[in-house]
Write a protein that binds this ligand. Structure first.
Ligand code: ADP
Ligand code: ZN
Ligand code: ZN
Length: 736
């Protein structure tokens, strides 16, 4: 039998990842050693623990000098081993090298300096006073430090530096003179405030109780991933918390994934109120050190619940019982960096490895997940009612083509103006949501709503700077148009307005209204979001204008009117998921109205009032939407009925990239004789150039992922051995 070699890493720090060592796999172990296995290997003159990250059947070294793996550990359930097995799956499934996957699942293994806290104490008050008297005019900083400590001893050095215009040298100087002493201690950074007292949980409603019971039954049986589809305000969070409590009671731990944008103070407080100090949080505003400490606390068992965005999925819990994915449809669950993983699939794989459960929730589940509930790969439960007296708002669709015809050229329809007046009159609040998602230069007729689409792919064409209209799937191109092919109107072109424009118009109409604007300009800085939402929550403003960032997760009971401006803009995105995204955005926006006791109203302004995504969202008819959308996906072989692999190429040299992608397509056609992969492209990516790198894409479609993974492996190999691809970066993305 040919010798088999294993790549083993023996020290799991970030620096060690790139230097695996090769060992011979003894024949007796071939069955047991897999990627991710924990093994003992000879290293120097000791035996050390290592992890297998890959295999090969040849070796550059003298085989006579190679050592054998001495034993493979089985049944060893350490968090690390599980995460490494997960990394092995990620690099196989999503592509890229093992080291990249390991860095993703073991993100804080870089050495972070422990955080130190220095407290400064006076050695003796009398001596300090005497010493102070003798200081000269140029020693004011020393005086300030002594004065501060005389007022309150034991201040931290950080406090003194910030408040006494001093620095560490001056404090050390005082220490040398024997006036103060500095006590240093390691500080364990906690990010959760309070939590010493918890309050008993709310009593579940009947519907919530049923949902929990249903899920427990699933766990006791097939243990499929479960989708909770629950309208906004139905109390999904309470159901999650109930399930988390189950898992904790069984001595296990839970991970709660939330899109970063929804990880607000409100969410944090709810979890801390219920679970106290067992909870921790991860979010991008924490320093590396703080994140590291949260991971350490999870590993040591100090905490049992980790709440956070995508990266929290890799919390090293030893006995993981449950992963919850809230707002599972959110795009932020897909990673844009290699490995381009999706948190949902990766969570399901982690749960499989560790025998844990997965629960997902959304008011607007992704087609991906719904499709799997319908095919019974996942289980599904639903919450149809809002909690308490809250009812879903009345929805009105306004046809902006008619407003145009009537000569109303303003951003606001007459209906919306009337509703806003009503709410303002009742001292209630208004949210105006400006749909800007996917806006990338598509061409729409303002008189009839016609959108210019690709004849082959049924997605919108994008206008490029050179005036050509281009399809980002197949590369189809045509000349620009100035007259609508459908109604011959000349009101055809790009539609775009900004939040500032909306604010301006409002102040013209309602000069006394207090308006807050939330967009990337006003939310710069650490607490931008929180500040604006806080002001609105306290009733300091009547109207909140914003892009999609205002529609998520925030509960404002006094909002009774929601306006959705340009609801269909996202329909025109050059993306096969445009309909799905539009349905989600409208539903989430509408869900913001009438969270309290008062029935709200949502006005949806659109140029395409007859589009099923708009109509179904307004009527809150998800299953009708699903049926229409899935029929379109089936017809076009788009996910979730099939799988899509994007082969993304980028290079600084446009010609070189075009040539490389051309040859890649030729190679695909060669390995895909029967054309079962239905390749399309190459075409420019939706953003054709970023930081001087040109970008192109080829798509492959297939009914199951296995063939695509195999195609990816073949392409990776082809690119590796062909010097022509030097200078071109090729990445693979299964989440398009
Ligand atoms: P969702 O996440 O489904 O949109 P939430 O979990 O935010 O809904 O619940 C909406 C509101 O209803 C929250 O303020 C929550 O505290 C309240 N709520 C939900 N269920 C209950 C319950 N059984 N008892 C008391 N309050 C509840
Ligand atoms: Zn027209
Ligand atoms: Zn096309």
């Amino acid at each position: 039998m040919q010798t088999l070699y294993a790549d083993v890493i023996v020290d799991i720090t970030a620096d060690a990842l790139d230097r695996p060592f090769s060992y011979i796999v003894p024949e007796s172990m071939r069955e047991n050693v897999v990627a991710g296995s924990q093994v003992m290997v000879p290293f120097g003159n000791r035996l050390v623990r290592g992890y297998v990250i890959g295999f090969h059947d040849s070796c550059d070294y003298d085989p006579a000098k190679m050592k054998e793996i001495s034993s493979v550990m089985t049944g060893e359930d350490t968090a690390e081993a599980h995460l490494i097995a997960l990394a092995a799956w990620m690099s196989h499934y999503y592509g890229g090298v093992m080291a990249q996957s390991l860095r993703t699942v073991l993100p804080v293994k870089r050495r972070v300096n422990a955080s130190l806290e220095r407290k400064v104490y006076l050695s003796s008050q009398t001596e300090a006073r005497a010493y102070r008297e003798k200081l000269n005019k140029r020693q004011e900083a020393r005086k300030r430090v002594i004065d501060a400590l005389l007022k309150q001893d034991g201040r931290t050095a950080a406090w003194l530096i910030e408040n006494c215009q001093t620095n560490m040298q001056i404090i050390r100087g005082l220490e040398k003179d024997g006036i103060v002493c500095v006590l240093t201690s390691e500080r364990f950074r906690t990010v959760v405030e309070g939590g010493s007292e918890t309050v008993p949980p709310d009593k579940l409603t009947q519907e919530q109780t049923l949902a929990v019971r249903h899920i427990r039954m699933e766990w006791a049986g097939k243990n499929r991933p479960v989708l909770i589809s629950g309208v906004t305000g139905s109390g999904k969070t309470l159901v999650y918390m109930e399930l988390i409590a189950d898992v904790l009671a069984a001595g296990k731990q839970a991970i709660m994934l939330i899109p970063e944008i929804a990880l607000t103070r409100q969410t944090v407080e709810r979890f801390v109120r219920r679970f106290g100090k067992k909870v921790s949080f991860l979010h991008s505003r924490l320093s590396d050190g703080e994140k590291y400490d949260q991971m350490r606390a999870a590993r040591s068992g100090d905490i049992s619940i980790m709440v956070g965005p995508r990266s929290a999925l890799f919390t090293p819990f030893a006995k993981l019982g449950l992963i919850v994915i809230d707002e599972e449809h959110e795009d932020s669950y897909r990673s844009e960096m290699v490995p381009r993983y999706h948190a949902r699939e990766t969570a399901i794989e982690r749960a499989r490895i560790e025998g844990a459960h997965v629960v997902m929730g959304s008011a607007t589940p992704s087609l991906h997940t719904t499709y799997r509930v319908w095919t019974e790969e996942y289980a599904g439960v639903s919450l149809r009612n809002r909690f308490g007296n809250a009812v879903l708002p009345e929805t009105v669709i306004v046809d902006m083509r008619e407003e145009t015809a009537r000569g109303n050229r303003s951003i606001f329809s007459e209906e919306l103006i009337r509703r806003m007046q009503e709410s303002l009159g009742n001292r209630e609040q208004i949210m105006l949501f400006l749909n800007r998602r996917g806006y990338s230069g598509n061409v729409t007729c303002r008189s009839c709503g016609y959108v210019v689409k690709c004849p082959h792919c049924d997605v919108s064409l994008t206008r490029h700077v050179n005036g050509r209209l281009v399809c980002h799937y197949c590369g189809y191109e045509r000349a620009d148009i100035t007259e609508c092919p459908s109604c011959h109107s000349s009101y055809i072109g790009g539609i775009s307005i900004g939040t500032e424009k909306v604010e301006e118009e409002i102040l013209k109409r309602f000069p006394t209204a207090r308006v807050l604007r939330m967009d990337s300009d006003t939310t710069r800085g650490k607490e931008g979001h929180t500040r604006i939402l806080g002001l609105f929550d306290r009733g300091e403003a009547d109207i909140l204008i914003g892009t999609q960032m205002i529609v998520k997760g925030h509960d404002f009971p006094n909002v009774t009117c929601v306006g959705v401006l340009m609801a269909d803009l996202s329909l025109n995105a050059s993306d096969y998921r445009a309909g799905e995204k539009t349905y989600q955005l409208i539903t989430q926006a509408v869900g913001r109205a009438g969270r309290g006791d008062k029935r709200g109203c949502a006005v949806i302004q659109t140029y395409q009032p007859d589009h099923y995504a708009v109509k179904c969202a307004a009527a809150q008819k998800y299953s009708s939407f699903y049926k229409e959308e899935i029929a379109y996906r089936k017809l076009m072989k788009y996910p979730p009925t099939g799988f899509l692999l994007a082969v993304l190429g980028s290079s600084e040299d446009e010609m070189h990239l075009a040539k490389g992608m051309h040859f890649l397509r030729k190679y695909i056609d060669r390995i895909d004789r029967g054309n079962i992969l239905s390749a399309i492209g190459p075409a420019p990516q939706s953003i054709g150039k970023i930081r001087d790198r040109y970008r192109q894409v080829i798509y492959l479609r297939y009914p199951s992922p296995e063939n695509l993974v195999r195609a990816k492996d073949l392409l990776e190999e082809y690119i590796r051995i062909n010097s022509g691809f030097a200078g071109i970066r090729i990445e693979f993305d299964f989440n398009t």
